[in-house]
Design a binder for this molecule. Structure first.
Ligand code: 2P0
Length: 349
């Protein structure tokens, strides 16, 4: 069926983000509402470039990532995002039609389908928040096509992948969990007080670029249902850490920033261990990296590690210390060099 509406297309490039205070646990699995606030840094150079075509008529949605087509029947999140986008589109059309036609006739149904092609310049699904950049890009492209407002786009990104809503902005981004059951106040916002900290760099060490063993959704469900530590973290730890990160970032206090980042990464992995059955994301190389950072920081904290739901490390340093840190890593990490990818190694040159 073709209703004569025009095809529309948009291309966007969106960066990934790395959580400094981690999101772990949902209070609503469908709307993807988190149990706690989180805060992230947007990593400008690691991006997903995504083109979306919205085509009128009945047809199948298609998604292709890095040249491979995604099986949508086993990746329900895409369907959820497209359904929501089309619901918003219909709502707008209805509003436009009812202002033009006041005799209350229903507007004709309009069918569309989406074609998405996306390329990332970093490994997908290695605990590197690639789904964050990917869904943020989809949301932003759909926002352009459908002229959505920022909170609608934020919601669209979030129902694709929770952490994606933090990739919609640059710099330090605070994802507020909100209180409402419908998610209307669950939004990511750029931390206003903070101008970009230009010489803050992120070096990513990829020890393993395979898919993670326990997916984030399953891991979060397990922790929510079984971990006492998660409860304590949400109630008593996270709120003050969010504040500490904002203060440290605003006052350019690297030591304070680094302490909180490492403590929060460690607590997140402790929550994983505290879940039943326990979840282990870190591997031997991850632990070697922790030891390397600890040694590098003797005499003054100059590097901070953080790990997501996988063994790969993200190390945050100021530019002046990047090359020395990279040298230390390459000397100490005992990973076959063909298996180790270092994203950000140009900082050493
Ligand atoms: C984060 N992670 O804050 C945390 C830290 C992993 C560890 O957000 O189910 O892919 O799509 O909401 O966003 C990974 O979870 O999970 C994640 P869904 P998502 O970055």
């Amino acid at each position: 069926q073709d209703d004569g509406a025009a095809e529309a297309e948009a291309t966007v490039r969106v960066p990934m983000n790395i959580a400094l205070v981690k999101y772990w646990g949902k209070r609503d699995d469908l709307l993807i509402l988190p149990l706690n606030d989180s805060i992230s840094l947007t990593v400008d150079r690691l991006t997903a470039e995504t083109t979306i075509r919205m085509v009128p008529g009945v047809g199948k949605h298609t998604v292709e990532i890095n040249g491979k087509s995604v099986e949508l029947s086993s990746n329900k999140r895409y369907q959820t995002v497209f359904d929501e986008a089309l619901r918003l589109q219909r709502k707008r059309k209805e509003a436009e039609a009812s202002s033009a036609d006041s005799n209350g006739n229903d507007p004709p149904p309009i069918f569309y389908h989406f074609h998405v092609t996306s390329t990332t310049n970093f490994p997908v699904a290695a605990g590197l928040a690639s789904s964050a950049a990917g869904f943020a890009a989809i949301a932003l492209a759909i926002q352009r096509i459908l002229r959505l407002d920022d909170s609608q786009a934020n919601r669209l990104a979030r129902i694709g992948s929770g952490s994606a809503c933090r990739s919609m902005y640059g710099g330090l981004v605070h994802w507020r969990k909100g209180e409402m059951d419908d998610g209307s106040d669950c939004l990511a916002v750029r931390t206003e007080a903070a101008a970009n900290w230009e010489d803050l760099y992120c070096i990513i060490l990829v020890f393993d670029d395979g898919r993670k063993k326990v997916g984030s959704s399953e891991g979060m469900r397990r922790s929510r249902e079984t971990s006492q530590l998660l409860k304590h973290r949400i109630e008593s730890i996270v709120p003050q850490r969010i504040q500490q990160i904002q203060e440290a970032y605003t006052s350019r206090n690297f030591e304070q920033l680094a302490r909180v980042i490492m403590a929060d990464s460690n607590q997140f992995h402790a929550v994983c261990m505290d879940s039943t059955p326990p979840i282990r994301y870190l591997n031997e190389a991850s632990w070697q990296l922790i030891d390397t950072v600890e040694e590098f920081n003797i005499g003054g904290i100059r590097a901070a590690y953080t790990f997501d739901a996988g063994p790969n490390a993200c190390v945050i340093v100021q530019k002046e210390n990047a090359s020395q840190f990279l040298k230390a890593v390459l000397q100490t990490i005992q990973v076959p060099s063909e298996d180790l990818q270092v994203i950000g190694k140009e900082l050493a040159e």
